[in-house]
Write a protein that binds this ligand. Structure first.
Ligand SMILES: Cc1cc2nc3c(=O)[nH]c(=O)nc-3n(C[C@H](O)[C@H](O)[C@H](O)COP(=O)(O)OP(=O)(O)OC[C@H]3O[C@@H](n4cnc5c(N)ncnc54)[C@H](O)[C@@H]3O)c2cc1C
Length: 478
């Protein structure tokens, strides 16, 4: 359901506590009964589904698989750090997923789904114990339509592996997070939003990107459903709270041998004008990111000393780009084809990889996410004036509902929750639309409002509310 950001401003809050209506973690007796059922299914010769089901009940692996990258938020870290699964189950087939879903439903045990665990908002941290169901073993490509390029693949496929399998067919994924090398397809759909390619293809939620889902329900007798594009929409970015994705169908793009370019600007004003103007040309771009000089110099980013514009551009854009960038006040300081390039690819310097590199340099940095108002310059200036070097700009060019816009993922020096709230409030007053990364519910990380379709999907596919408890606020408040 499209939301109107003008009439429905985002809630401005950061997480301060876990929900008080979380279910109690399953008792030892519940867990023993669950493990016994899964073990006997695994042992049964007739139970193909049970073969190879891996269960982990303690130790560092259990801890590792209960974590994600929410450590980027000093707000979420203390809230989530002691949350642990009581059992991790690794599945490698749809039948195994059904087996686990059915057994958990019968024993009343919560399930938190996990792809690669690279989410930033504690999406796959289990708030109420129970099972973490690791889906990385569901890693087969089911179909690539040679005419349309439509791809159906299992949810645990790594995006990088998919890219490798698409390449010989002259196709590539339209959208990938900067974690393409490690993230899974299911985790991207359920937990991500966009990234490389968003300048061209918008966000995962834009109609036309996600075309269908295969879903396992959490019921005593789980159903295996095939959802079309519109039925899939409520499960898109729902943190695995309203259905287990076992396969995903997406549109792909014709592959382009992308060229990486780094452009240096001594003037911030000119650099902002350039990132705003380039998407309005006929040049084929797949990534366009602007880093303030103080950010760029702490990243393993080639060339230059000033503010740096990072581009992924088609080769046929190059003859026009260089003079154009010069006229815009920029200087091309580095260029290399992406394929076969050594060193850190530009893809891993942008989106939330910028935050990763800055935090590696100094863990006192955290971040925010926002869509900037248009024109952008007054908001950028006003916020910079108030926060000085505690706020370093990182901008990404994106397509938002068909229009070219600038998103910002600024680095924010952590000065405590009050300062963070003040900054968020000021950004909102300047007209920015915030996507708060310091909260753990779907709604609070989005526009702050409950999506009735997401809640209805949970009623249908997870009627006992066992999937990822505490993450869908609309379910608790229904
Ligand atoms: C350095 C860094 C850079 C990042 N850059 C980006 C970026 O550019 N764009 C972006 O969108 N995100 C980004 N992220 C966040 C994250 O990497 C991506 O969203 C990624 O796609 C998540 O995939 P995953 O397999 O790790 O998912 P996980 O973290 O394992 O899961 C994410 C959510 O999806 C649910 N889930 C996982 N698998 C399934 C399934 N099969 N069925 C239902 N639910 C499921 C989980 O329960 C969880 O709620 C970044 C994170 C980091 C650390």
């Amino acid at each position: 359901m499209p939301l109107d950001p003008v009439t429905r401003p985002p809630a401005l809050a950061i997480a301060t506590q876990l929900p008080d209506d979380l279910p109690a973690p399953p008792t030892q007796a519940q867990l023993e009964a669950l493990v016994a059922e899964l073990s006997s299914a695994a042992a049964a010769s007739a139970g193909e589904a049970g073969k190879g089901l891996v269960m982990i009940r303690s130790g560092s692996e259990l801890e590792r698989l209960s974590r994600d990258f929410s450590s980027y938020s000093p707000v979420l870290t203390p809230l989530l750090q002691d949350r642990l699964a009581q059992l991790v189950v690794k599945a490698s087939s749809t039948e195994q997923v059904q087996l686990v879903a059915g057994a958990c439903a019968r024993h009343g045990v919560p399930i938190t789904l996990r792809g690669s665990g690279t989410g930033n908002y504690g999406q796959c941290v289990p708030l109420a114990g129970g099972v973490v169901l690791d889906l990385s073993g569901l890693n087969r490509v089911r179909q690539l339509d040679s005419l349309s390029g439509v791809l159906t693949a299992e949810a645990g496929c790594l995006l990088a592996d998919l890219e490798q399998q698409l390449a010989p067919h002259g196709r590539e994924l339209r959208l990938t997070p900067s974690t393409r090398r490690s993230a899974s397809l299911g985790g991207f759909i359920a937990g991500g939003s966009g990234g490389i390619g968003s300048v061209r293809w918008g966000f995962l939620r834009d109609p036309g990107n996600l075309l269908g889902l295969e879903v396992v329900t959490v019921e005593p007798e789980p159903r295996l459903l095939q959802l079309d594009a519109s039925a899939s929409a409520p499960l898109n970015h729902a943190y695995g709270s309203n259905g287990i994705l076992t396969a995903v169908t997406v549109a792909t793009a014709a592959a382009v041998p992308w060229q990486q370019l780094v452009v240096d600007f001594s003037s911030w004003t000119e650099a902002v004008a350039a990132i705003g103007a380039l998407p309005a040309t006929a040049l084929l771009l797949n990534g366009l990111c602007l880093l303030e000089a103080a950010v760029a110099r702490n990243l393993p980013c080639p060339g230059g000393h000033g503010h740096r514009l990072l581009l992924l551009a088609a080769a046929d854009a190059l003859p026009a780009l260089e003079p154009l960038l010069g006229a815009m006040g920029g200087r091309l300081v580095w260029q290399a084809p992406e394929r076969g390039c050594r060193g850190v690819p530009l893809r891993e310097l942008c989106w939330n990889h910028t935050t990763l590199h800055m935090r590696a340099h100094d863990p006192g940095w955290t971040y925010l996410q926002m869509l900037l108002p248009q024109p952008e310059a007054p908001a950028l200036e006003a916020l910079k004036q108030r926060w000085g070097d505690d706020l370093l700009w990182h901008l990404e060019a994106v397509r938002q509902q068909g229009c070219q816009r600038l998103a910002a993922l600024p680095l924010v020096r952590w000065r405590g929750p009050e300062a963070l709230l003040e900054l968020m409030e000021q950004a909102r007053q300047q007209g920015a639309l915030l996507f708060n990364p310091h909260v753990f519910t779907v709604e609070d990380g989005g526009l702050g409002v409950i999506d009735a379709d997401q809640v209805a999907a949970k009623h249908t596919y997870d009627p006992a509310g066992l999937l990822n408890p505490g993450k869908l606020r609309g379910w608790s408040e229904r």
